[in-house]
Design a binder for this molecule. Sequence first.
Ligand code: 5GP
Length: 176
Amino acid sequence: MEKRPGRSLIGPEEIAAKVAEMARRITEDYRGRDLVVVGILKGAFVFLADLVRRVDLPLEVDFVAVSSYGKDTESSGVVRIVKDLDLDIRGRDVLLVEDIVDTGLTLKYIAEMLRQREPASLEICALLNKPEARKVDIEIRYCGFDVPPVFVVGYGLDYAERYRQLPYVGVLEDGC
Ligand code: 5GP
């Protein structure tokens, strides 16, 4: 049976309000600092694009890409860097932007890798959080929404590379 986005979990207006609130906090916290916003591809690209346009500060943007779930919906726990940063982050204030934190394995791996490059600070910003699925401790400084342990798509998140363009976050369900 083909899987499709079913019911909407978080609508576009709710997302926009949350992104604006997160951006306000980031603007206050990083004033006078040397902010580099690092998005984790591909899932974070929509969230990051909306977020940085609301942050009222000078900043730079870079991306890392890691291997994803492929066509499956289960975390393998295996993380492979497919694209590294272009910028040197040593001594800079890094804000790592992720679409969703599930087991936490992906973020833990990337955060540890980036910390070895000795940034002045490194904080995590995630739009979605699945606390019930967590396998490792992760401190999310800026967290959008807690979601139940279901597979979600839209607003950058895919299923087999589809549905990233949806303006809402929906639950993946069996179609007919
Ligand atoms: P973790 O390593 O925390 O288990 O997984 C993080 C990554 O898994 C996310 O960046 C995302 O790519 C993928 N992921 C986890 N949960 C979901 C989900 O519900 N939907 C989608 N589309 N991807 C997810």
